[in-house]
Design a protein around this ligand. Structure first.
Ligand code: ADP
Ligand code: ADP
Ligand code: MG
Length: 245
């Protein structure tokens, strides 16, 4: 069968990637992708005058709905690099349950991402959430809820706890973007095998055939790269060095 055919595909180098996807030179250019004026306005209101290096490179790739493994130093603007294309793809609020899931290694980080997500959602109305407690989350987000929410930012632990109940306490079957932020930390952390198992559970729960995956990290991790190449479909690798950030 076709999907077992081993394609010898070299990772695209930066020049090839640029030719294929282009760079986002300024945020105005987002309108040529059909991005809502309100989202562009929110980006500016956040004080982002022009895209950082990783935003220039990663946004066009995700706009094209390609799976990505992106690596750029701490403080280089990775949060907006994935949130802008994800929120663009979601377009507007819907009552279909979570359509984007962002995983972060700590609650602190998850809450920071949630803040940026809310800031970029002003006037568009996305419902962005973080699970405080598994017990209250069930009535809010469980199978019997109104499904009036769009984005979930979470640490893996409590999400996996909810998914492992029978029946599961949360439904991720409509997730269209699964983003793993600080994926190097999650992979390298003590008990990272544990994380891989957790990730497998989450990955499986995001069962939509339309789901796309994105990995963002500050340092390059060989294990992670191998895992991404094996697990993701035709993954585009983008690396921005410290000097370019
Ligand atoms: P990273 O995840 O790469 O460590 P963050 O996404 O947390 O970086 O962003 C670091 C800081 O840079 C934040 O304070 C954020 O508001 C700011 N920032 C992000 N993108 C831009 C931009 N395009 N222009 C100016 N500041 C930005
Ligand atoms: P996190 O690192 O996200 O805080 P925790 O391991 O603290 O994850 O668990 C998150 C939540 O999942 C807890 O607040 C609790 O509601 C629920 N939970 C986890 N394990 C159990 C358990 N064995 N029994 C009941 N609830 C649990
Ligand atoms: Mg970050």
């Amino acid at each position: 069968p076709k999907r077992h055919k081993k394609k010898k595909k070299k990772n695209k180098n930066a020049e090839q990637r640029k030719q294929e996807f282009g760079n986002l030179e300024d945020f105005e250019q987002l309108s040529s992708y059909g991005v809502l004026p309100r989202l562009i306005e929110n980006i500016k209101k956040a004080g982002f005058a022009e895209p950082t290096a990783i935003q220039k490179e990663a946004i066009p790739v995700m706009m094209d709905r390609r799976e990505i493994m992106a690596c750029a130093p701490t403080g280089s603007g990775k949060t907006a690099a994935f949130l802008i294309p994800v929120l663009h793809y979601l377009r507007e609020p819907r009552n279909n349950g979570f359509r984007a899931l962002i995983l972060a290694p700590t609650r602190e980080l998850a809450k920071q991402i949630l803040d940026v997500c809310k800031q970029l959602s002003v006037g568009i109305g996305f419902r962005c959430h973080y699970i405080e407690k598994a017990s209250t989350a069930t009535s809010k987000f469980g199978p019997k809820s109104k499904k009036n929410f769009d984005v979930l930012v979470s640490t893996p632990n409590r999400l996996v706890f909810m998914l492992n109940q029978d029946p599961p306490l949360i439904d991720l079957s409509n997730v269209q973007w699964l983003v793993i932020d600080e994926s190097d930390k999650l992979f390298e952390a003590e008990g990272s095998q544990n994380f891989r198992d957790q990730l497998a559970t989450i990955y499986k729960a995001c069962s939509s055939d339309k789901v796309r995956h994105a990995l963002f990290s500050a340092t390059f991790a060989f294990d992670l790269q191998q895992w991404a190449r094996k697990t993701f479909h035709n993954v585009v690798e983008v690396t921005v060095g410290a000097s370019e950030s």
